[in-house]
Design a binder for this molecule. Sequence first.
Ligand code: IPE
Ligand code: IPE
Ligand code: MG
Length: 283
Amino acid sequence: MNALLEVLQPGEPDWELARTIDPDRLPAHIAIIMDGNGRWAGRRRLPRVAGHQAGVGPVRNTVETCGRLGVKVLTLYAFSVENWKRPRAEVETLWRLLRYYLRQELPELQKNDVRLQAIGRLDALPAPVRKELEAAVEATSSNRGLLVNLAINYGGRAEIIDAVNAILEGARLDGSISSLKLDEELIASNLYTASCPDPDLLIRTSGEMRISNFLLWQIAYAELYVTGTLWPDFTRRDLLEAIVEYQKRDRRYGGLSAPPQRHESAELPPKRNEALIEALRLS
Ligand code: IPE
Ligand code: IPE
Ligand code: MG
């Protein structure tokens, strides 16, 4: 059963944690490098694909929790351009699981007003996978709640190259190429994530201290949070902990600290995030 069917009650660990989150300073965009499926399986002497299978539940829970919290965008790194180096059977299992996820979750995504978007070089996906992905994207296109970007056959460098090539092509077509000048706005508006704010919080599971070619342009000022938890073990609690840690950070963007907040205590007055706790509760 879905782990989110637990009810948040006063005194439960997640309830205490939720109390410390300031609903007015939630990260608008959370990006996650979902790593550690293979190690999760290895520790149980299971094949790697069992780890990928066990990684589906945390995707479902993370999407649901982000939606309930009021996060605007969640970008999930599901398959990198480098992941084709893996054995064919593993890659095929990943496609099967993606199709399973889409089929299984579509009604729930619709119910929760989630809009799906896929980012990456989708042309290279097996045709049936691509078709199913496009159908799910289309089916949820008028939803207005959480935007979930699934990064599939995604590479940060590939994305920047695709953006620059799209700009060059446009300029060739409209004859402006000789006076073309690149700037940050022009590049950002041609990235796969053009419609999204940059990630505020980048989470990586499994303890690896690297970016692995994820959202290279967009994470210029993201807050990084690495947890040793392996992706299949990632729970709502882990997500809330990451958000609590994010809210302790001083985001200076190269400038100076903002003036001190009025609430000095880590725990906010109960009234302030009643709505947030309520949002996490299932009726
Ligand atoms: C992340 O888990 C899933 C994908 C990259 C598709 P891994 O498969 O990378 O798991 P580890 O890092 O080998 O444990
Ligand atoms: C990053 O994980 C890609 C995804 C989570 C989809 P990897 O497991 O592929 O990254 P490396 O090889 O450890 O850098
Ligand atoms: Mg890995």
